[in-house]
Design a binder for this molecule. Structure first.
Ligand code: HEC
Length: 149
């Protein structure tokens, strides 16, 4: 083999290798990324088998099935922590005078509801009931204040 032929053979080999790599690499990546994308876009609920306890959607299913929780239920689970003893200056349950004053300061029930939803002063948004609907928050305010919307 002449030197020129040797170099040509070598170049052909290297070229061939590159083209194999060029085709092999993207295919490999495609498969990985397709799997990753499928996993990432899979709905969270799909992990739960029918008839199985599933922590992720148990709450959502329960509230969808039974309708809005009562003011008492929401209060006892979330609001009582502050509104029973009045910690951090929270208006106490059943303290009608304070609630009446709050009502006129806010300028109506809807404004009280609005600040309870957004949070006000040391009170966290929705009084820590993150999955409460506006209606459920409204019920809880009625329950603890005796005020009507
Ligand atoms: C971590 C303590 C805490 C929890 C839990 C909490 N609150 Fe409060 N809440 C407060 C405090 C403190 C205030 C007084 C805020 C202020 O006026 O600065 C307040 C005030 C309010 C007010 C009056 C708002 C106003 O504009 O004067 C409403 C209505 C209210 N809370 C509703 C609720 C409801 C409903 C829940 C339960 C879903 C709840 N809170 C849970 C601490 C709490």
């Amino acid at each position: 083999m002449s030197r020129v032929t040797q170099i040509r053979t070598l170049m052909a080999l290297v070229g061939g290798l590159f083209s194999i790599l060029a085709f092999a690499k993207p295919v490999e990546l495609d498969e990985i990324s397709r799997k990753e994308v499928a996993e990432r876009i899979a709905p969270v609920g799909s992990v739960c088998e029918q008839g199985e306890e599933c922590a992720a959607n148990a709450g959502a299913v329960a509230s969808a099935a039974s309708g809005p929780r009562s003011g008492e239920q929401v209060y006892n689970q979330f609001c009582t922590a502050c509104h029973t003893s009045g910690v951090l200056g929270a208006p106490k349950k059943g303290d009608t005078a304070t609630w009446e004053a709050k009502l006129s300061a806010a300028g109506g029930f809807n404004n009280l509801l609005g600040s309870a939803i957004k949070g006000v002063g040391s009170m966290p948004p929705k009084g820590t009931c993150a999955d409460c609907s506006d209606e459920e928050i409204s019920h809880a305010i009625e329950f603890m204040s005796g005020l009507k919307p």
